[in-house]
Design a binder for this molecule. Sequence first.
Ligand code: TPP
Ligand code: SF4
Length: 292
Amino acid sequence: MALKTLKVAPGFMRFMPKEYQDLVEKGPFGRQIKLSELGTFKEVLEEHPMCEGCAMALFIRLSLIGLPNPEHTIIVGTAGCGRLALAQAAIPFVYGNYCDTNGVASGIKRGLAIRFPEQDKDVVVMAGDGGIADIGFSQVMHAWFRKEKFTTVMLDNEVYGNTGGQESGMTCRGTVVKMAPTGKQFEKIDMIGLAQNAGVSYIARLTPTNPGRVVSTIRKAVLVARKIGPAYVQAYTSCNIEYSIPPDRVLDDARQVEKERYGYLEIMTDEAKSYLAQVEAETRTPEAVATV
Ligand SMILES: Cc1ncc(C[n+]2csc(CCOP(=O)(O)OP(=O)(O)O)c2C)c(N)n1
Ligand code: SF4
C-alpha cells in the first residue's frame, strides 16, 4: 500500500491541486509505471530549463521514471546543472550546500526512518561529478563507509558545466576544456573502484543510450539502498555546451563514449542480488499483478 501515509481523505481529492490529482490518477504515484507507457502518463518531471539536447536532462527524466515509489522519495541535490531540472520535479527536492549532499541525505534518511517506521522512504542524491567526486568527495566516502541506506547518482558530464568549464576529477586526462586550456594532467578518478572498496552494495556505470536500462538501473539501486546498503550510479551525461556537441549529436556521442570507454557495468553484493530476486518474484505473484 504505497500511498498509506499520503492517502487523501475521501471527498477531498477534488480540492487537491490538479497536478497532484493527475500524479495519482494518471501518473506514477502509487503504481509502477512502465517505460513503454511513456507519453501516456503524467510524469514527475515535465519541463526544465536545461540546455537544448542536454543528455543530463534526458538521464534525469528517465531516472525519475525509474524510481520505485516517487511518492515516497526525496531527492537531494546541490549547485550544478542537474538541480535546474530536479527542483522542478513533482517530488520534494532538498538543496544541500555544494559538498554537503551526502551528509544531508544521511540525516534525512535516518530522520525519515524514525518518523515513518512502517513506511519505506527513499532518499536519492543526484549531483554533478564536481559535487560528488571533488568538493563533496569526503562526505560521499564517509556516507559509504557508514553504510548509509540511500542512493548516490553522479551526473558525470566530466566537467564543471554550470560554472563554465573547469576540469573536474572526472574529466579525462589530456582533455582541454575552457578553463583547463593546456589539458588535464591527471587521470579520471576511479569512483567505481572507490565505491567497491568502501563496500557499496549496488554499483552501476552507464550512459543514457538505452532508456530501459536507465530506468531499471535506478529502480534496482533505489531498492537495494532501501533495504541492504548504499547504492552508487555513475552516469555519463555529456555537456554539449562545454564539449561543443551539437544537440542532435548528443546520443551519437553517448554511444561512442559507451563503446570506447564508459561501457555498462553493474556490480552488487550477494545480499543485494538475492534481495532484488526476491522483490522481482514478489511483484510477479498473481496477487501483486492484480493490485498494480
Ligand atoms: C562550496 C561551493 N564551492 C563552489 C561553488 C560554485 N559552483 C557552483 S556549481 C559548480 C560546479 C558544478 O559542477 P558539477 O558539480 O560537475 O555539476 P555540473 O554543473 O557540471 O552538472 C561550482 C564550482 C559553490 N556553489 N559552492
Ligand atoms: S551547461 Fe552542459 S550540462 Fe549544463 S544544462 Fe547545458 S548542456 Fe547540460
